[in-house]
Design a protein around this ligand. Sequence first.
Ligand SMILES: C[S@@+](CC[C@H](N)C(=O)[O-])C[C@H]1O[C@@H](n2cnc3c(N)ncnc32)[C@H](O)[C@@H]1O
Length: 240
Amino acid sequence: MSLKSAGTMFLQSSVGRAARTVCAEALISTGIIDGIFGRRVFSAYDYMFSPRQLILFTQCLSEARDVPGCCVEVGCAYGQTTGFLRKFMDESGITKDYYAIDTFRGFVQGQVDYEVEQRSKNRHGITVSFVTNKKKWFDKSLKVAGINSVWSIECDATKFDFDRIGPIAFALLDVDLYLPIIDILPKLYRNLSAGGILLIDDCKPHELWDGALVAYEEFASRMNFEPKIVLDKIGVVRKS
Ligand SMILES: C[S@@+](CC[C@H](N)C(=O)[O-])C[C@H]1O[C@@H](n2cnc3c(N)ncnc32)[C@H](O)[C@@H]1O
């Protein structure tokens, strides 16, 4: 008998069930482990966006369904939003490719240095975020959720050649810091098809993540359009 099937048999036995219950009760009552591998244990809502923000994304995806090009999420972390949006697309018959790009190990050193040295941010707060991750885990999480049609790409997105994914119909840019956003925004915009929509997260004042707001406003001024920030923090860019 393999170790895996022996483990499964134990977990399904009454002793196994009792052991699982004791562990779960201990976790809930002590709060020792509130989160692990980017998931919040016992949280009934594990998204980094509010319901209205997620609904906005689905509306934008629907609006862009006939716009030529793919969908891309730059900064996909553990895959919660990716899974939600890919499932929405599948359910809605939106057959576009979905690319998910991340370092899968948190922020890039030089981009953090800039936040600390030029924008007076707290290094620790930034460097501890999103580090416990792997592309392999991201892929597995999607697979477990029954999702097999996301192309995950591991890289510093500022080094990525966006021409590799061709025209873009919908993009979610969620990498939080000034340098990657001011670098990637024009690249996404260049490849955005007419009618396409580009959303930028974290466009609001914040002690750590307001580099997104500064980069978005700078880009808007450079491109000569009025910044539009909706639902508290989502910057919107459209191409006509
Ligand atoms: C706020 S999280 C993304 C959350 C995700 N969109 C969601 O809704 O679940 C930010 C992610 O950006 C990634 N990131 C930051 N800088 C990056 C860079 N230069 N290239 C690629 N990924 C980056 C981090 O690793 C982290 O996973």
